[in-house]
Design a protein around this ligand. Sequence first.
Ligand code: XBP
Ligand code: MG
Length: 241
Amino acid sequence: MKTLHALIFDVDGTLADTERDGHRIAFNLAFAEHGLDWDWDEDLYGELLTVTGGKERIRYFAERQAADVASSPDFNALVAALHATKTRHYVELVDKGQLPLRPGVARLIDEARASGLRLAIATTTTPENVAALLRATMAPDAMTWFEVIGAGDVVPAKKPAPDIYNWVLERLGLPPDACLALEDSENGLAASLGAGIPTLITENKYTHGQNFAGALAVLPDLGEVTLADIQNHISNQLPDK
Ligand code: XBP
Ligand code: MG
């Protein structure tokens, strides 16, 4: 078995169920604030989640559903403005404590910290959103618990591209098989596996039933999963055990 040196966490859908009651609400508040009658209901948002990244998601939607807006010369500026407004609303929602950590996340992170395992984050979402979520759900200084935080536009190609995971691995100075990625979605899994990182999936309502081929395991949540469980699982599944 390769020794496990680091856990690399995805954020949205993995640390917390942020999409339906967080990002989606914030997008809709931003649309209203900018005078747009767009309303992303829960089902539509589930479809739009195939596009990772908020700016990319807005652009994708507008190009298909609001061609007049998408073809205007100010469209790029509008996308940027909408996204900035959306980020403000999202951070406000997180600050109100409306997006708790998923079961088992706090316990596993505590256990990892106590055992000296290194922690990192690899996410598509905006750095301000990560900071707000860690602050609201873990501790005021929780950002310092994570040695590397790869977020948002730090790489040009978002998940399912492996770039954000490669960016994090490079800064950790670790080979992929010394790490475990924790993801919730097919796009996230494609990114982590693309970087060669063994990956544990905790699925959620939006990602249930996606293609998780290649994952170490697919669980409903981290529940009572311990580091020892994870290490045993890795040692049983990796070919070079
Ligand atoms: C998360 C995302 C993000 C959020 C929105 O994907 O796709 O885009 O929905 O965040 P993953 P921003 O969990 O696979 O990283 O609006 O800040 O982009
Ligand atoms: Mg995710």
